[in-house]
Design a protein around this ligand. Structure first.
Ligand SMILES: Nc1ncnc2c1ncn2[C@@H]1O[C@H](COP(=O)(O)OP(=O)(O)OP(=O)(O)O)[C@@H](O)[C@H]1O
Ligand SMILES: [Mg+2]
Length: 629
């Protein structure tokens, strides 16, 4: 068994940036050749002025023209090639990072909680890709050749060199001021845009509630204020761009004419030839072109740099590579939770702490407790969706983090409390969109969840599209298909969070049958429940209160201890054993506890807790025909 490190987003980003190096060196070489070829124009002009006009030789003119034409054609080819290569560089960079960043995007809420909306790595990747495919990087690659043109100007005449240098410096300072002035606007515009998009997506997802309660106007006002803010930043940016663009263009034209005037003066003073005057004007134009392009593309350059900075910051905040054991056998025996504390993503306070228990193959654990006590939080850690702040979750003695994601995907099935299906067919959803899933596997999961017959009643059967979030199905249908998805592939651990909240009696029957089958097959099932019928098939109970495990043990005994008869108020300290491990009171098998309410109690129900037991009893009575309990 060998250890392996999973590539983190940080490593992937570094690798992707490294892969840019070689193509960029190649493209720089092309730029070098292109810039040398661009000297064709000035040299041609100088030769025409100085040689052809003085010698009046038509054959020389024809030969020079032909040579210039060939060199220009070659230059055109190189320019085309450079553009194509840059486009491929952008796409390769995107391809290298897109899967990692998609995965990171999926996990953003799990790492950053409510702050997740501040990150949009795929959008950042798109802006870097678009930048790489545009003219910005080409202009940057041309910049290093500027000194060559200036050196030629220096050779022609030092006065021209200093004049051109001053002009170029002025343009560079202008672009730096531009960057400084617009930086804040770019950042603010991005943040406001992200916030308005989040609101829009929320509103779209909750369109039913918004329509039913006529929330449209108020939501529009809320969205509108952010939108107006985003637009005003965009307007400020456009204002800056037009002012700086106009100034730099004007300076550029002034510089061009000033150089010609200066050249003419130097020709009059007999300090250089008329050919050199024309050539220097062309060389200056060529030298300033990359500056012009860099200034013109500064917004996209700056946006791409900010996007890269954000990606770097995000990837450094994401969890580091986890050491995983490759070739680990799939878990088969136990699930142990030891002194676990869980802090919700983006939060700072543990909402679950000190929970310990161990269950083994064939067990079905019911987790009960009042609303907000931490049941869903706990099961999120059991399936590895949320990390533990303290303590550990182990399958067969190996830490959950030691299993590879593929091994966990095969070993865990989860039906979350808010069942959301993905836009696709029923079969695709049950198969978790896994490539290579067979129809037999999908049908097997559906049959186990007891939804096969229900699915066949749809005109398109398993190929029925469920719509965005599964909205074309009813709540109960969604929940039952979600159950089939959790059971797909016969996982070792199936965690069901309020699996019967939308189910009718038939659905509940199928659910309990599925749990029964899972237990028989030596799997572990964890069921979070409010309604007692959901824990009917459980054989163990963990009761949670205020984020702490209140009691854990065989179902009958825990229920009896939690809901004693009237007149025999339960005192947990008398009914349970001393705390073990992380502090969960454990009822020992055979230990005497308050009597089982199922054993013929005729207690009237008073208060919510007793009412729960009473309805549990009723359910039991209805189903007294032989389920595992
Ligand atoms: N993403 C989150 N960020 C911050 N706090 C959270 C988050 N999710 C849950 N909480 C808090 O953790 C506590 C436990 O929530 P949890 O969803 O686990 O309760 P629960 O027992 O499943 O309740 P219910 O029975 O209503 O589903 C609650 O106080 C809740 O406000
Ligand atoms: Mg919950």
């Amino acid at each position: 068994m060998k250890n392996g490190m999973r590539n983190s987003a940080e490593v992937q980003l570094r690798t992707a940036l490294r892969t840019l190096k070689r193509p960029l060196i190649g493209i720089s070489a092309i730029s070098c050749l292109g810039n040398v070829l661009m000297l064709t124009g000035p040299i041609f002009m100088m030769l025409v002025y100085n040689k052809v006009l003085s010698s009046k030789s038509i054959p020389t003119l024809a030969a020079l023209s032909l040579l210039a034409l060939l060199l220009y054609a070659f230059y055109g080819l190189l320019e085309g090639l450079r553009g194509k290569l840059m486009a491929r560089v952008g796409i390769t960079f995107d391809h290298k990072l897109a899967p990692t960043l998609f995965e990171a995007t999926l996990k953003l809420p799990l790492h950053f909680g409510p702050h997740a909306r501040n990150h949009d790595p795929l959008q950042d990747l798109a802006s870097i890709r678009n930048y790489l495919m545009g003219p910005g990087p080409v202009a940057l690659l041309d910049l290093p050749w500027m000194p060559i043109y200036f050196a030629i100007l220096l050779l022609i005449n030092p006065v021209l060199f200093f004049a051109a240098g001053a002009g170029a410096l002025f343009l560079v300072i202008l672009s730096l001021i531009n960057e400084f002035a617009t930086k804040g606007h770019v950042k603010a515009a991005t943040q406001v845009h992200t916030a308005t998009m989040t609101l829009l997506l929320d509103a779209r997802r909750n369109s039913e509630a918004a329509a039913a309660m006529s929330m449209g106007d108020d939501l529009c006002k809320r969205w509108g204020s952010g939108y107006v803010n985003a637009i005003s930043h965009a307007r400020d940016l456009a204002d800056h761009a037009s002012v700086f663009g106009a100034i730099s263009k004007t300076v550029r034209h002034v510089l061009q004419s000033a150089m010609l005037a200066l050249g003419a003066y130097l020709v009059i003073e007999a300090q250089m030839s008329p050919g050199a005057m024309i050539a220097s004007s062309v060389i200056l134009a060529r030298a300033l072109t990359p500056i012009d392009l860099v200034i013109g593309n500064w917004r996209s350059t700056s946006a791409a740099l900010q996007a890269l900075r954000r990606l770097r910051a995000l990837s450094s905040k994401l969890p580091k590579a986890v050491q995983q054991q490759h070739g680990m056998p799939r878990p088969h025996h136990t699930l142990s939770v030891r002194d676990v504390a869980i802090v919700p993503p983006g939060g700072s306070v543990a909402t679950v702490s000190g929970v310990s228990f161990e269950i083994e193959a064939g067990d079905a654990l019911g987790i009960i407790g009042p609303s907000g006590c931490g049941k869903s939080t706990l099961v999120r850690a059991l399936v590895g969706a949320w990390p533990t702040a303290r303590g550990e979750v182990r399958f067969d003695n190996a830490l959950i983090g030691q299993y590879s994601p593929d091994a966990l995907a095969e070993s865990i099935g989860h039906l979350p409390q808010s069942i959301e299906l993905f836009d696709g067919t029923i079969a695709e959803n049950i198969a978790r969109f896994r490539k290579g899933a067979t129809a037999e596997q999908v049908i097997e999961a559906a049959k186990m969840a007891g939804v096969h017959d229900m699915i066949l009643t749809f005109p398109l059967g398993y190929d029925t599209p469920v719509g965005e979030g599964g909205t074309t199905l009813s709540g109960g249908q969604r929940q039952r298909i979600g159950l089939a998805r959790a059971l797909f592939g016969n996982p070792f651990l199936v965690v069901l969070d309020e699996p019967n909240s939308n189910l009718d009696p038939l659905g509940e029957q199928s659910l309990n049958d599925a749990i029964h089958q899972m237990r028989q097959a030596g799997k572990i099932v964890v069921i979070v429940a409010h309604r007692p019928s959901a824990i009917f098939a459980a054989n163990k109970i963990l009761s949670v209160r205020s984020g702490r495990a209140e009691m854990f043990g065989p179902k009958e005994q825990v229920l009896a201890a939690l809901f004693p008869r009237i007149g025999q108020p339960h005192k947990p300290s008398q009914a349970v054993s001393p705390q073990t491990g992380g502090g969960t009171p454990v009822i020992q098998p055979g230990q005497t506890v308050a009597s089982d309410p199922a054993a013929g109690s005729s207690s009237p129900s008073v208060g919510p807790a007793t009412a729960t037991v009473t309805s549990l009893d009723a359910t039991r009575a209805q189903r007294s025909n032989g389920h595992v309990s």
